[in-house]
Ligand binder design. Structure first.
Ligand code: V47
Ligand code: SF4
Length: 391
């Protein structure tokens, strides 16, 4: 590796960081900052790809999931959000009742999905009792469906409203059937940025505290970082450091998901989106710095299929799920994926075309199916297939 790296750079600090990675030593926060400031894409790709390969070989994970967004009306006014509608414009949005949401869940009865990802706006009627009843109803109807739901943004709000501590609240959610927490609502933890783009919702420390409590209950969650808007590189380093520190303490995070800011239809539309090169640099640096995270995910509805494929050479080993056109967060923010839905065959082909091995996983990374030698039946034209049997 060193010869290749030396052919790319003569920068002694970059060579020193590369030696640390080669020796599997942890890089420092200053190293991380230096990478953001100075490292060329080719250099980062070599290091991040080496780490990915050592950990996962050529396996790339995905799952079969769908999203359920209870409402897009929201009390908060995050400036990057294209999706939410203010309460005074609630007639432009949707607000599902418990029965309507159960009908959506039941719509998947014949489909071999393993996970429902539930996230949306924050409104008073979606309170602790509501979500508790909803999770219980899902589990009663379909006990095997993994509930990955809500973020500290919602939990902070509903626990405060119910006057319960974070600890008590998360215990109530666990009893109600919550299986894991998605990584949303993290944005950028640093108050200089958070107060500007996501003022009023839970702070970075509160986000971390709710994940800490959840991990200490023995459960798992994901983490995200919304980048490419008003933040500077040092805010990204601060964000990654806080995640790495918490992971050292709890080991409860499964996956880190960098989320590229998309600029259509929100209050930050004047900000130019990050380049694809910057997106790939960001994946690679995340892979190199977060040495205690098993997985780095490229969320294809946001980044697009082509960049998701390229990201598999820059530290990424997971591309999320089939989605089934059930999230509006990114299409409303201008992603090239206007109707995010991929059949299992589409996802498998996408991974195979770049020489990798598609592995269907469940939410907790148990292997559901290795698709290396799998041949899809002719009937698989669109949508989902019935659970495959190996041939
Ligand atoms: O917290 C909102 C982001 C997140 C925009 O855990 C935007 O497996 C870009 O967290 N441009 C929600 N991003 C989605 C999320 C997620 C997605 C996929 C998988 C997982 C997981 C989690 O979407 C929000 C916010 O950071 N977001 N608006 C926008 N204009
Ligand atoms: Fe509401 Fe979430 Fe949008 Fe912020 S990002 S306005 S909390 S829906």
């Amino acid at each position: 590796m060193n010869a290749l790296i030396k052919s790319i750079t003569k920068d002694v600090t970059l060579l020193d960081i590369a030696s640390k990675v080669e020796a599997k030593d942890r890089i420092s926060d200053e190293d991380c900052q230096y990478l953001f400031d100075h490292a060329p894409l080719g250099y980062l790709g070599i290091l991040a790809d080496k780490i990915r390969k050592e950990r996962h070989g050529d396996k790339v994970y995905f799952n079969r999931n769908f999203h359920l967004e209870p409402t897009n009306v929201c009390l908060y006014t995050c400036t990057f959000c294209s999706y939410s509608r203010l309460i005074k414009k609630r007639s432009e949005g949707w607000e599902y009742s418990l029965d309507e949401m159960m009908d959506i869940i039941k719509g998947y009865d014949e489909k071999p999905v393993t996970e429902v990802h539930i996230v949306g706006g924050v409104l008073p009627q979606y309170d602790l009792a509501f979500y508790s009843d909803f999770f219980k109803a899902i589990k009663k109807h379909r006990p095997d469906l993994h509930i990955k739901a809500l973020t500290p943004v919602e939990y902070h709000y509903i626990f405060k409203k119910a006057k319960v501590s974070y600890q008590e609240g998360m215990e109530r959610m666990l009893e109600s059937g919550l299986d894991s927490m998605p990584g949303g609502g993290a944005e950028i933890f640093h108050p200089e940025v958070r107060d500007e783009i996501a003022g009023g919702k839970c702070s970075g420390d509160e986000w971390l505290e709710i994940h800490r409590i959840w991990h200490k209950l023995g459960k798992r969650s994901n983490a995200t970082m919304l980048y490419g808007h008003v933040e500077h590189f040092h805010h990204r380093v601060d964000h990654l450091k806080k995640l790495r520190d918490l992971q050292d303490e709890t080991k409860g995070f499964q996956t880190f998901i960098p989320l590229k800011f998309r600029n259509k239809g929100n209050q930050l539309s004047h900000i130019e989106e990050s380049t694809n090169v910057e997106d790939l640099r960001n994946y690679a640096i995340s892979r190199i710095y977060l040495d205690n995270f098993d997985h780095i995910k490229a969320y294809w509805p946001m980044i697009g299929r082509a960049t998701a494929q390229i990201s598999l050479q820059f530290g990424v080993n997971d591309i999320d799920g089939t989605i089934d056109d059930t999230t509006k967060i990114y299409s409303m923010a201008g992603s090239e994926e206007q109707n995010p839905s991929l059949s299992t065959k589409d996802l498998v082909d996408l991974v195979k075309k770049v020489g990798k091995i598609p592995i269907e996983r469940d939410t907790l990374y148990n292997v559901v199916q290795d698709y290396s030698d799998f041949t899809f039946p002719e009937t698989e034209k669109i949508g989902y297939i019935s659970l495959p049997t190996s041939n």
